[in-house]
Structure formats: structure tokens, C-alpha cells
Design a protein around this ligand. Structure first.
Ligand SMILES: [Zn+2]
Length: 104
């Protein structure tokens, strides 16, 4: 499995505005898992197409267990679902042409 390379997207003071960004980027707010540690809470999010198209895009937020701690939002990977979704909307012939174009 590929090593995760989380890159910081932004930090937020409250969860509402952070979740707005998560929703915008993943298409949903689907929590994959929550991990609680001594230092804070991590929540992981998947792309809404994660299952259908095996989209590897993920987000992750960390909320430190300190007063006034800001939410840190990270992302990893790039969407592959955009292309897959687009292709599934094409006719078979168009799709074959698109596949061919990608190979060239
Ligand atoms: Zn995706």
C-alpha cells in the first residue's frame, strides 16, 4: 500500500466551517473512522466515490485536546472518480475512444 502523505489544507476554529470544506472536497461527510489519542482526536473521511470507483482521495482532521486548539484539516491523494464518473456517462464507443486516447 502506498504511504500516506498528508498535506495540510487549512486550520479552523470550529468544526462547521471545516466540515463545509470536507463536504466540498469529498462530496459528502462520510466518516471512515475516528481515532482518539491522548493528544487529541483524529477523524478520517473518504471520497463519496471511494467504494464505487476505488477513489483513493482521503481527508483527515485532527483536533488537539487543548483549550482553543484549532481543527487541522489534511488531505491525501487525488480523485480518480471524476474521470471514472465522466467515462461511465459515455457510450461504449466513446469510452473505447477515450481509453485509446489515454494510452497515447
Ligand atoms: Zn473521488
Amino acid at each position: 500500500m502506498r504511504k500516506k502523505e498528508w498535506s495540510l489544507v487549512a486550520t479552523f476554529e470550529e468544526s462547521a466551517s471545516m466540515l463545509e470544506v470536507v463536504r466540498e472536497k469529498t462530496g459528502t461527510v462520510r466518516q471512515k473512522r475516528t481515532v482518539e489519542t491522548k493528544t487529541g482526536v483524529s477523524v478520517y473521511y473518504l471520497c463519496k466515490h471511494a467504494r464505487k470507483f476505488s477513489c483513493p482521495y482521503q481527508m483527515h482532521h485532527f483536533k488537539p485536546e487543548v483549550a482553543g486548539g484549532r481543527f487541522e484539516l489534511y488531505e491525501d491523494g487525488t480523485h480518480c472518480c471524476d474521470t471514472a464518473e465522466y467515462k461511465s456517462g459515455l457510450t461504449r464507443k466513446q469510452r473505447e475512444a477515450a481509453d485509446l486516447a489515454m494510452k497515447m
